[in-house]
Design a protein around this ligand. Sequence first.
Ligand code: NAD
Length: 256
Amino acid sequence: MKIKGIGAIVTGAGSGMGMATARMLAQAGARVAFLDINEVGIRAAAAEAGGIALPCNVADPKSLENAIANAISAVGPARILVTCAGVGRMEPLIGRDNAEAYSQMVDTVMVNLIGTLNAVRLVANDLARRPPLEDGSRGAMIMVASGAAFDGVPQSVPYTASKGAVVSMTLALAREFGDLGIRVNTISPGAFDTPMIKAAPKEAWDAIRSTTPYPKRPGVPEEFAALALHICENEFMNGSVLRLDGAHRTGYFSNG
Ligand SMILES: NC(=O)c1ccc[n+]([C@@H]2O[C@H](COP(=O)([O-])OP(=O)(O)OC[C@H]3O[C@@H](n4cnc5c(N)ncnc54)[C@H](O)[C@@H]3O)[C@@H](O)[C@H]2O)c1
């Protein structure tokens, strides 16, 4: 798929990997809608990239539906959807206030899983009504998982569950949308230097460096964005979950 001139929606475009992807798509000539709950982040980034900023909460069905409808009115059919909106937090299951633990667990799943699936559903319904592009395809979607989906990371089981579901959905969505010419892939990042994990203690950063075979550092958002653009352009890439993590795997660590 040629990126120049087509419409794209990026959720989570107010920060980190979503912002880098939205910017890179705009640089490649796409008309990009920046969606995020962080209004300040998307307004600044969209203004700089020549895109449109649409504040929304992906976990709120009405808010997301409005934002996607407005995005399509502004940039045209969303031939590219990248769902970077996400929350990641330590959520131990034991020893916490019951009500708080429950509401955080629901929020994590609502944002990371339902927010992703709902964006995919809304965009796919619109694309199904559009004519295919010159090459016969209708669009490319990229969802975002995490190494946590594979590595059994403790103390973040709701996050792990939400990302594991994104991994599981990938092939099913690619098959469901295959006859429409809509491809669906997932990028599964390892540790990336974004605001999501910036606040991690020095020991955690040291551990990331010492347990990443090569390169011995966290990823940078532009590396994620570059892979997202490649997936959009590579028509044979479909139904895949791609780990992007410098061969890093989270090992077992004790709760104590
Ligand atoms: N940074 C990492 O190490 C890492 C590792 C693996 C996976 N991921 C995943 O990558 C994705 C991007 O994360 P990032 O590292 O760029 O983090 P980030 O915090 O920089 O960006 C996430 C963005 O999502 C937005 N967001 C959160 N909840 C939202 C909601 N309800 N509605 C709309 N927008 C919402 C935030 O405002 C933020 O701008 C996330 O899904 C995250 O789980 C990150």
